[in-house]
Design a binder for this molecule. Structure first.
Ligand code: HPA
Length: 267
């Protein structure tokens, strides 16, 4: 299925995307900055999952960003949508097989670190897989990568340096921290958030971890950001709502978009 998707896409674009970018909830606007865009809806690709999550359009956008050939995923696939882990990473593997060497991942996340506030951008330095499964379980596809991939530098230190330099030049204050990935779709309880803080997590979300594992498996270099759309459960005296998450994404997403635009030009 992925091979036929790759053939289909290759027939429609005449370049190799160097960097792949996954646009999370409310962050799809970056795709509008892509020049000479070629749009390919996931629905055009036979057997491909389609995005059902709110704020996710469901298409690839191929083109040029800051002079570099890129491929954006405007909308991703989540485990909570009922897809298998393998389906969740279909897009990442498709873009790897199209030739992408770098992967920039974005997501909306809840802030666990009490130094954070809603609207902060967090550069992900590492993750905790709390999804109870691993995308690489099953027969290993040796053409993608090894059975036991190293995760010591899952979030590429060189790319993180570039990201911090770009943020400084744009005078965008970025936080750094550890992302813990849960399946969702229920948000966490206050007790879970207290436990995750003890484990060393700074932000929590329902995506990213499988994509980053799959990308490391095939030796793509990964850079990832969380947009802290809300403080996690129990930190503030108010319940979490999906509206809050999308509203912060819409309001603060532009800053993250301009940062990624600059980084893309320098990687
Ligand atoms: N928890 C999990 N996922 C999220 C959150 C949260 O608080 N906010 C945005 N995505």
């Amino acid at each position: 299925m992925i091979k036929s998707a790759v053939e289909y896409i290759k027939a429609k674009i005449n370049f190799t995307p160097e960097t792949a970018i996954i646009l999370g909830s409310g962050l799809g606007g970056l795709a509008e900055a892509v020049e000479d865009p070629v749009y390919i809806d996931y629905a055009e690709l036979e057997g491909f999952p389609v995005s059902t999550a709110p704020g996710h359009t469901g298409r690839f956008v191929f083109g040029t960003l800051s002079g570099k050939k890129v491929a954006c995923m405007q909308g991703r696939f989540h485990f909570y949508e009922g897809y298998s882990m393998e389906q969740v990473v279909t897009g990442v593997r498709t873009l790897f097989l199209l030739g992408a060497k770098n992967l920039i991942v974005t997501n909306a996340a809840g802030g666990i670190n009490t130094q954070f506030t809603a609207g902060d951008i967090m550069l992900i330095t590492d993750h905790i897989n709390f999804m109870g499964t691993n995308v690489l379980i099953g027969k290993n596809n040796e053409s993608l990568g090894v059975r036991f991939p190293d995760m010591s530098f899952a979030y590429d230190p060189g790319l993180r340096k570039i990201a911090e330099k770009c943020a400084g030049e744009l005078k965008i204050d970025i936080k750094k921290g550890v992302y813990i990935g849960c399946t969702g779709p229920s948000y966490e309880t206050p007790a879970e958030i207290r436990a995750f803080r003890l484990l060393g997590a700074d932000a929590v979300g329902m995506s990213t971890v499988p994509e980053v594992i799959a990308a490391n498996h095939c030796k793509m270099r990964v850079l990832a950001f969380s947009l802290i759309t809300n403080m996690a459960a129990g930190i503030l005296k108010q319940p979490l709502t999906e509206e809050e998450v999308l509203e912060t994404g819409a309001r603060k997403g532009r800053q993250l978009q301009s940062l990624i635009e600059k980084i893309a030009g320098e990687m």
